[in-house]
Design a protein around this ligand. Sequence first.
Ligand SMILES: Cc1cc2nc3c(=O)[nH]c(=O)nc-3n(C[C@H](O)[C@H](O)[C@H](O)COP(=O)(O)OP(=O)(O)OC[C@H]3O[C@@H](n4cnc5c(N)ncnc54)[C@H](O)[C@@H]3O)c2cc1C
Length: 324
Amino acid sequence: MLKSFSYVRAKSLDEAVEQLRAAGGRVHAGGTDLVGCLRDGVFEVERVVSIGAIDALKGIREQSGGGVRIGALTRIAEVAKSPVIAERFAALARAASEVGTPQLRNQGTLGGNICQKTRCAYYRGPFPCRRKGGGSCFAIEGNTEAHAIFGGRRCYMVHPSDTASALTALNASVAVEGPRGARTIPIDRFFVLPEVDPTRETVLEQGEVVTDVILPAPGAGLRSSYRKVRMRRSWDFALAGVALAIRKDAGGAVSEARVVFSGVAPVPWRSTATEGVITGQRLTEDVVRRAADAAVAEADPMPDNAYKVDLLRGIVAQELAVMA
Ligand SMILES: Cc1cc2nc3c(=O)[nH]c(=O)nc-3n(C[C@H](O)[C@H](O)[C@H](O)COP(=O)(O)OP(=O)(O)OC[C@H]3O[C@@H](n4cnc5c(N)ncnc54)[C@H](O)[C@@H]3O)c2cc1C
């Protein structure tokens, strides 16, 4: 049965932070993930603090120079449909459009999307797994079809967010407000690997609220994309995905690249190996093939998910070929 908790609808960010200070407080944004977790007993809360009435956290604001600030409460659908995002940050527009269903995109927020909990069936089910503070990862002895091929070790969950990989490729930062003031965290340092701490997904401290996601100006010639493969076309989480952000020099060689995978690791997984192969090169067939091989060279599949290695190699090759 759902354990009772108090519910506060904060009128300001200061009030939200104050209400979230004590252990057991949780942010409620769109509620599409939080409510399911509470209903299924994944974790318990003492206090749910809705930030839905804080208008300052809503909307997409262009910055001078070409960057963009997206309020954490901005609906995923708004991100997906924004002409500014589509034109400057195609990977994010695409990733947002691939999240769940229209209903979820209309209700879910960008902040909630990057802070959501994993869909690992053992974590979501009645198993005292490591992520819940238990002693083992039940996937190791169980079904590993949907689990990680990179970065697992103590917990083999995969990060569920599509937008997080795109934001990582686009070198975003996460602005946060908390009991100790404001801070801005480069997205590369926002997510936590299980080998560091299997009980947390992000570096957020108790009481901290994500206020904005900041996208730096793309600058001339940056092209980005997001490709996701899932079990069902109607809606599903990524089995594997790749976000690319690539710039080329005047001769057509790649001068800058960020390559980030979704659906295959506990955090958005940056592939410096792939980046290393393509940087300084034109995207010829040979370079693309070598880059796709490099993308999976360090993969460490589990008994049921070796298919992800071939899947990932294939989509990396296809997406790089589109950028050629
Ligand atoms: C059926 C289904 C299919 C889905 N498919 C996909 C998919 O294909 N791809 C994908 O990426 N996602 C998918 N999702 C996840 C969905 O996108 C998330 O539930 C949604 O993005 C969460 O946003 P929310 O605003 O509803 O967050 P909430 O449910 O309100 O919060 C989620 C978590 O984030 C925390 N949180 C929320 N906002 C903040 C903030 N501003 N600061 C700090 N913490 C915060 C909450 O405390 C909570 O722990 C799916 C979900 C469902 C139920």
